[in-house]
Structures are given as structure tokens and as C-alpha cells.
Design a protein around this ligand. Structure first.
Ligand code: SF4
Length: 371
């Protein structure tokens, strides 16, 4: 299985099969950088994003192999979807610089969310996004924001091509009322370590035992390489966030998560860990259909899953609570005093795991933003 994963692993510099550039974006700094860094990849100019969609077709896996460079029109900022229908959230804003991802996790919600808009797209106008963020931060100077880029794309998978981090890290380093979170399953951190985040940037890794990664995370970077990258960014002045999300039940999951937390604690000093989150495997009905169509017999859908109040299917609550409690114990023993929270869970589950109701959204968000 390890050999299979190594063969599928998307390396630090993702090389697309082709690049399609929207007309008018050919001479943007991002397009120039991509051409320099991909000298052997064919570049084609297309009229607009719709033309790119037509050219790419509707094969989800194939779409991940072709990169579209286009301008984003409209807002870049939005609220994290966890703040809906009775779920406890941590008051988080999302900033979208790209859509889709060269990796291919079996549980990824993009399989449903992008079903009508597949192309792996990097937006060539990040300056417009930062101007929008600046307006929000300036208008609410008395509030502290946590802003992430990893909702519709992996935050760093395209960074070796686009150098986006060179735009956004200095922007957030200079802001006192915002914390940027970059979420990734890669080790593409060479651009980051050359920058000074001034303690305003958290680089987060989603982690799972290697056996679960082999089941569910096609093309992602091996856990050892993710942790080595985490160690490097911590040494360069970044805080590190850890997401055990989604937690995946598999044979030997107890030992798997125990060993993973021990390896994490050996790799990173607790003082550099900003937070640890835990979340359950979850699927909307549409995502279940998409996964069944793409991965017939997927082990991710064979467990006992029930429909929650928000319409998503999750592992049976007693199993979720058991997993959260055990991993909570491992984390509290290995990384004392690191904030630990649940993502997309109900107050009832918080109560059963932590023995207390969760903090209010503002209070939880403020606690994390102050790390
Ligand atoms: S790394 Fe993230 S964005 Fe990419 S396929 Fe996996 S879950 Fe989706």
C-alpha cells in the first residue's frame, strides 16, 4: 500500500498536463510565473472560463490535471459553511483564491460542489482579493478575524507555480486584527519559509493515520513529509494548526491515532501549535451519490452513518464521541494547553466530549485568533 501511495503522491511541484489562460490574463504576473515554471507544458489562450470548461469536459479526475488561469469577478470572501443549522462554529471567514485541487480525496466535498464547474482554476487577480479583505479589516478594526484560504482548494498545492504566498503572507503579517490560516495536505512550503509571517500566519495540516490516508486521500503527501514541512514552517516563525478532520474509522484506528499524535508531538513543540481540531467524516446526500459513482464500493460509505439535523450523513454518534474522546485524551497528554475544538458538531456532542457546552462563536473565534 505504501508503494501504491508513493506512486500516486502529487509531488511538491504539481505539473499540470496543460494550462488554459483566459484571454486578457496572458501577461499577468501569475501567468508569467506559471510559464517560466512550466516550460514543457502547453499553454492555450481561451476566450473565457466557460470556454475553458467546455474544453476540459466533465471528467472530474481529468479536470484536476489541467490548470486554468482566469480573473475572478465578484466577492472573494465568505463565511465558513459550519455556521449553519445548529452547528457550533468558530466564526471563520473564507477567502477563495482558487477552486479545485490536484489531489483527489475520496471524501472531498468538491466532488459534489464543483460538479458543474470542474476546472482547477487559480485566480490571476489576488490583489483584488486583498483589497476586499483590507476594506473589511479596516472597517472593523476593533474585531479580530481568522481568515482561511482552504475551502474550495488546497491552500498550497499550486503555490510553487503561482507564488501566491508571496502576496498574501506579507499582507497579513502587516495586519494586527487578522490571522491567516493556510490549510494543506502537501509539503509545498518552500515559498513560505522565505517570508516573515510576524506570528500572523498559521499553516495547518490535515492529518490522519497512514492507513486512513491510503484508504481515502489519493495523491496527497505522505504524513511524514507533511510533518517535516510543519517542522520547517514552525522554525521559520509560523504557527501550526492541526486538523484531525475528517477522522476515519478503520481497522486499528485507536492505535493509528495514538501513534499519529505521538509522532506529531515529537515533531513539533506544543508552543508552536496554534490549535487542534477534530471533525467527523460527513457527506451530503449529493456527495454520497458522487462518491458512489466515482469510487464504487468506497470503504468510506460502508460504515453505519446516520443523517444529522443539517442534512449531512455522519458516523453514528456513539462512534464519533468515542473517537473524539480518545483523540482528545491523546492530544491533551502529548500537547498540553493547546486549544482543542470540534468542527461541524452539535452542542450535544461538544457536551459529551468535553463535559461542557462549547464557547459561544465569538468567544471561541476570539480565543483561537489570539493564539
Ligand atoms: S486535499 Fe482537500 S481540496 Fe484537495 S481533494 Fe483533498 S479534501 Fe479536497
Amino acid at each position: 500500500m505504501a508503494a501504491l501511495r508513493a506512486a500516486c503522491y502529487v509531488p511538491r511541484v504539481f505539473t499540470p498536463d496543460a494550462v488554459l489562460i483566459e484571454r486578457g490574463a496572458e501577461e499577468t504576473p501569475m501567468a508569467r510565473r506559471c510559464r517560466e515554471r512550466l516550460p514543457d507544458v502547453p499553454f492555450t489562450v481561451v476566450e473565457d472560463r466557460q470556454a475553458a470548461r467546455v474544453a476540459i469536459g466533465d471528467d472530474f479526475a481529468a479536470a484536476k490535471r489541467r490548470l486554468v488561469l482566469a480573473e475572478h469577478r465578484g466577492s472573494f470572501l465568505g463565511h465558513c459553511p459550519a455556521g449553519t443549522r445548529g452547528l457550533r462554529c468558530c466564526n471563520y471567514l473564507m477567502m477563495n483564491f482558487a477552486t479545485n485541487c490536484p489531489m483527489d480525496c475520496g471524501y472531498c466535498f468538491l466532488q459534489e460542489y464543483l460538479a458543474e464547474n470542474l476546472p482547477l482554476t487559480a485566480y490571476v487577480n489576488p490583489g483584488a482579493a486583498l483589497a476586499e479583505v483590507a476594506r473589511v479589516l479596516d472597517k472593523h478594526g476593533d474585531r479580530r478575524f481568522r481568515i482561511g484560504t482552504g475551502e474550495l482548494a488546497d491552500s498550497l498545492a499550486l503555490d510553487p507555480l503561482t507564488d501566491l504566498s508571496a502576496d498574501i503572507v506579507p499582507f497579513f503579517a502587516a495586519r494586527s486584527n487578522a490571522l491567516l490560516e493556510l490549510k494543506t495536505k502537501t509539503d509545498a512550503i518552500d515559498g513560505l519559509v522565505a517570508l516573515d509571517p510576524k506570528d500572523r500566519v498559521v499553516v495547518s495540516w490535515s492529518l490522519a493515520p497512514e492507513a486512513a490516508v491510503a484508504l481515502a486521500e489519493r495523491g496527497t503527501t505522505p504524513i511524514a513529509a507533511r510533518l517535516a514541512a510543519a517542522r520547517r514552517v514552525a522554525a521559520a516563525g509560523y504557527k501550526v494548526g492541526i486538523h484531525f478532520d475528517p477522522m476515519i474509522e478503520h481497522a486499528g484506528w485507536e492505535e493509528g491515532y495514538r501513534d499519529l499524535v505521538a509522532t506529531l508531538a515529537a515533531a513539533l513543540p506544543a508552543a508552536r501549535v496554534a490549535w487542534v481540531s477534530m471533525g467527523a467524516l460527513r457527506f451530503s446526500s449529493g456527495l454520497r451519490r458522487a462518491v458512489r459513482a466515482r469510487f464504487p464500493g468506497s470503504p468510506l460509505l460502508t460504515g453505519e452513518q446516520v443523517r444529522s439535523a443539517d442534512g449531512k450523513w455522519r458516523d453514528f454518534q456513539p462512534l464519533r464521541v468515542a473517537m473524539y474522546r480518545l483523540v482528545r485524551r491523546y492530544v491533551e497528554e502529548a500537547l498540553p494547553d493547546v486549544p482543542l475544538f470540534l468542527c461541524m458538531e452539535t452542542p450535544e456532542v461538544w457536551q459529551r466530549v468535553f463535559g461542557a457546552a462549547p464557547l459561544g462563536e465569538q468567544a471561541l473565534g476570539a480565543r483561537l485568533a489570539a493564539r
